[in-house]
Write a protein that binds this ligand. Sequence first.
Ligand SMILES: [Ca+2]
Ligand SMILES: [Ca+2]
Ligand SMILES: [Ca+2]
Ligand SMILES: [Ca+2]
Length: 533
Amino acid sequence: MRKLLFSTALTLMAAAAVITLVVADSSPFSEAASHRDAPLIKEDPTADNTDVYAFVSTEEGRQDHVTLLSNFIPLEEPGEGPNYYHFSDNVLYEVMVDTNGDAKEDLTYQFDFTTTIGAVTGSTFLYNTGPIGLPRSPSDPASQYTNLNQPTGYNVIVVHGDRRTSNSRSVLLSGARVAPINIGPASTADYEPLADAAVHTVGASPNDVRVFAGPRDEGFYVDLMGNFDLLNLRNPGVDTTSGFNVHTIAIEVPKSHLTAAGDSDGIIGVWSSASRPKHTVLQDEGGAPQVNGKWIQVSRLGNPLVNEVLIPLSFKDRYNGTQPQDDGANIADFIVNPGTSQGGAALVPLLNSVTGCTPTNGRVDLDLTLLKGIPAGTLGLPGTQDTQNPSGPATADVLRLNTNVSPTTGTASYSPLGAFGGDIAGFPNGRRAGDDVLDIDARAAAGAILHLLGAIDCEVSLGISDNVQSNDVEYLDHFPYLGLPHQGYNHEHDHGTGIASLAAMGMGLLGLALALAVAAPKAAGAVRRRIRG
Ligand SMILES: [Ca+2]
Ligand SMILES: [Ca+2]
Ligand SMILES: [Ca+2]
Ligand SMILES: [Ca+2]
């Protein structure tokens, strides 16, 4: 199988023509994303990574830059005042870039936030003391919005080398304002200029860096509710995340900075993490907790869905505390050989219970797509490799981007299905704001790449979808790309609610497979026969 992947002349791009012929049928099963990915971090939403994006900037005149987005705070209710969600003062938020393919960070952008409670007055319960207005000195990144009673500011530190031990550190931004919450017509009637005032430019073109931090629409669309009701999918699906916000850290860096940090081939690996101090001492009478000690990583994320659905419950919390460089020893077996390492209730064996053609072990396709990078010739990307390190792959769950690929957004080549849609500028070559990573990952897990390469016969894998195919909010065509946050006063959830056509089948097929896999693994064959007739 490995030899086939490495030597095949069939590219996924070419295979896209095949896909378009067979994806018309909706599928009864899929999986969901990184929103409540592990038990411990569920208790700490302000430190909880939801999604990471990395792509060549699509904005006109910015294609010599790369945009990195890291989202936190899952399913943030827009109207949850008066103490709205904000970045935690006691969390170190970090975005890592590996430039030389060894799964160790060469560049880290550290974001350190401070929220001032009662900046205007402590004698009110309100977040703002009047309509929130533009900063008095917009060109000064530390100048805060008027009437904002809980303003947040942040520093950005750039670290070269190991982010815990390196002495190569420089301040990129200091005391910069975070975009306020979009509260409602009385407080934030004209929200967009307020958000725009939170985009900070450091340095001069063409090597300028842009930074943004603040609330955004949750750009990841998915039917979580169906997925987690024992994988009881419906068509059309319901976009569970619609009407909810996240908190986004966005940074756009010139490719020249990546080159200077050791990138010689245009291929980078990106991931994000959140860490808290090791010790927290609660204080009597409502005093602020005292924190000290080394940083303990409590959350991390690279590729979408890995910890959410491919890592077993028994390892999820540990995953969040480990580093990509150790993924080969820690998690590779869960992803490459889920059949033997996890058993019948893991996602891939469950998919096989339905398709009957999904390999449950020896998944070199998932190994390459999620952990090692895609070797030369598979997607036909420019450069010496597709997304894999030229000197040999390092096993790590990081989002790999070949920055030599020109953006397709706004062209006929664009597809939210990325390589499955014939668009090599999208996931798993980096990830853009609108990529349908649920469908892409679910199809890949079911064996679609192997099918396209001719290694297996599993056409059903190409039709897998959660039947939620678009976001509820328009993405921006400019930095920071994710849509404006929903307003607290007026917003709606459950976009795309439709008739549950699959309800006639009772429990979703995959749910049935799950029940049988847990109760009687050998019954999987019976499920397969039932479904395939
Ligand atoms: Ca490195
Ligand atoms: Ca959304
Ligand atoms: Ca590189
Ligand atoms: Ca979808």
